[in-house]
Design a binder for this molecule. Structure first.
Ligand code: SF4
Ligand code: SF4
Length: 435
């Protein structure tokens, strides 16, 4: 019965895929064929997403009808029958979208209903981010597009679906810390697997073939030394504008390593008070070295060796210090980009706040690996500047006194919006980030 009720949806998808196949658009054809499979997830958001795709499909039929009719009129050929057939298909597609709204369907697809809108939002936001790249950037950036031109659209569909599913997982407060670490580590693994494949001779896995060191400090030092290569700084600043310092808790390919290193110890230790001056000094040294190397005309081989040495010291910091303290010392003390993310991130209005009902029990301190919730911070009712909006502390306060905040939004909404944005950026980075 369910299949019969959903038959119009399946038929509409098949008509659309046949249309795209006829005009040679492989990506949209694959999306049309795969879209009804979303129904297998039994989620409310999948109904919303399918409705949007079917509405887009109906618009495509209307546009196609108008174009065909214009051509026939121009060649003085009969067009009425064609217009009726294509118009009927457009109306059928529209009705299929409407059927998904039926009460019966809404009842059937009710799992995790409370997360339906955010998940649909993550699907749409991820799709828009990647569609802009697919349309605007001349170089094919998505992996499937590199292997089979046109299939980038199918990859966008897959990544958007991934974003919707992960949003659902991340919105459950008890699961957020675990899922944040999982997806962060997954991103880092995908990033470095592509680098290894690229170095092994599969060039499609590299961005352009112009290699640079996968060390966050190079985001700033690289362009200062080379005098070019602003892609990574622009990407970094864009994420900071959208989600503040959350680059350092969700998006950085190296930060995931520090998170794994520190995670071995159950309770993080407080870091020494000199951590901030040391971090500032390291940042100044990195910036000054890059500028001096450029002015003196030092060869790129020596610059690369210096960069590599800096990266290896960072790994040693993770292995020796982060593992021992359970705090992310590499990110909080050593990495210059972490400092910039913390400072620049304050431009963005997302914050973590401790409300006035807090009893100063200090339990939340044990969930913060960024050394941002010491007792003095708790008493001030706001985390230290090293807070990366990771959200781990929210669940640790059983009374819910720690919240996300954003001007004009209630705490719950602020958290939802934040998660939709960060998961969408994460999914987009999965598709785009490579060396
Ligand atoms: S501090 Fe540096 S290594 Fe750590 S997450 Fe931020 S940019 Fe990455
Ligand atoms: S204060 Fe909370 S949100 Fe901020 S870094 Fe620490 S655990 Fe994460």
């Amino acid at each position: 019965m369910t299949v019969l009720r959903l038959l119009p949806v399946i038929l509409s998808a098949l008509f659309l895929s046949a249309h795209f196949l006829r005009i040679g658009h492989l990506g949209p054809m694959a999306v049309s064929l795969a879209a009804p499979l979303l129904l297998l997830l039994k989620r409310r958001w999948s109904l919303t997403v399918l409705q949007i795709l079917l509405l887009a499909g109906a618009l495509i039929w209307i546009d196609t009808t108008v174009e065909f009719v214009k051509t026939r009129i121009a060649f003085e050929q009969p067009w009425a029958r064609l217009a009726i057939i294509l118009g009927t298909v457009a109306i059928f597609t529209l009705l299929s979208a409407y059927i998904l709204r039926s009460k019966k369907n809404q009842r059937l697809y009710n799992r995790l209903e409370e997360y339906a809108n955010p998940s649909a939002g993550a699907f749409i936001f991820t799709g828009i981010l990647l569609a802009v790249v697919q349309f605007k950037v001349g170089l094919p950036l998505l992996l499937l597009e590199r292997f089979i031109p046109g299939l980038g659209w199918f990859e966008i569909f897959l990544l958007s679906t991934y974003a919707a599913v992960i949003t659902e997982k991340m919105l459950d407060p008890s699961k957020t810390p675990v899922w944040r670490r999982r997806i962060w580590l997954l991103f880092s693994a995908v990033f470095f697997a592509q680098l290894i494949l690229g170095l092994a001779g599969f060039e499609k896995f590299l961005m352009t073939g112009k290699l640079h060191l996968p060390i966050p400090a190079m985001i700033i030092a690289g362009p200062l030394y080379r005098g070019e290569g602003l892609f990574m700084p622009i990407l970094f600043v864009s994420t900071v504008l959208l989600v503040g310092p959350a680059w350092c808790s969700h998006l950085c390919y190296i930060g995931a390593w520090d998170s794994a290193a520190s995670g071995g110890r159950k309770k993080p230790k407080k870091l020494p008070h000199w951590r901030t001056p040391v971090r500032i000094i390291i940042t100044i040294i990195v910036i000054a070295t890059a500028i001096v190397l450029r002015l003196v005309g030092v060869s790129s081989v020596i610059a690369t060796i210096l960069g590599l040495a800096f990266g290896l010291v960072g790994v040693a910091v993770m292995l020796l210090w982060s593992r021992k303290t359970g705090s992310m010392t590499h990110c909080v003390v050593f990495c210059p980009i972490g400092l910039l993310a913390d400072w620049l991130g304050k431009i963005n209005p997302f914050r973590i706040k401790i409300n006035d009902n807090c009893t100063d029990c200090g339990i939340c301190r044990l969930s913060c690996r960024y050394d941002a919730l010491n007792l003095s911070d708790i008493k001030r009712r706001k985390p230290a500047v090293t807070c990366t909006l990771c959200g781990d502390c929210l669940h640790s306060c059983e009374d819910g006194f720690i919240e996300y905040s954003f001007p004009g939004l209630k705490a719950r909404t602020a958290r939802t919006v934040f998660i939709v944005m960060i998961v969408s950026l994460h999914a987009a980075c999965m598709g785009l980030a490579r060396i």
